[in-house]
Write a protein of this length. Structure first.
Length: 82
């Protein structure tokens, strides 16, 4: 798994300390993880907002996939080298 995704997953955990009736435990917060992924994607796209070349959805998809270390999923998406 991509290192950044692992970092975000770790940030999405909630810690519950040991109490008189239960041991210490961690819970994965799916809502927080989703929020963190969306924030990360927004950062990737906004980074390119002021560039002088045209920015389109295909490029946004490519940038997000590259950021997280995945291949672009669809053959019809244009590949633009930056």
């Amino acid at each position: 798994m991509n290192k950044r995704i692992v970092e975000l997953a770790v940030q999405a955990r909630k810690h519950f300390p040991k109490t008189e009736t239960s041991d210490e435990y961690w819970v994965f917060d799916e809502e927080k993880f989703t929020e963190l992924i969306l924030q990360e994607c927004s950062k990737v796209i906004l980074k390119w907002k002021k560039e002088p070349f045209p920015f389109d959805e295909d490029l946004a998809v490519q940038l997000i996939h590259e950021h997280f270390g995945f291949e672009v999923p669809h053959k019809h998406i244009k590949v633009i080298k930056i």
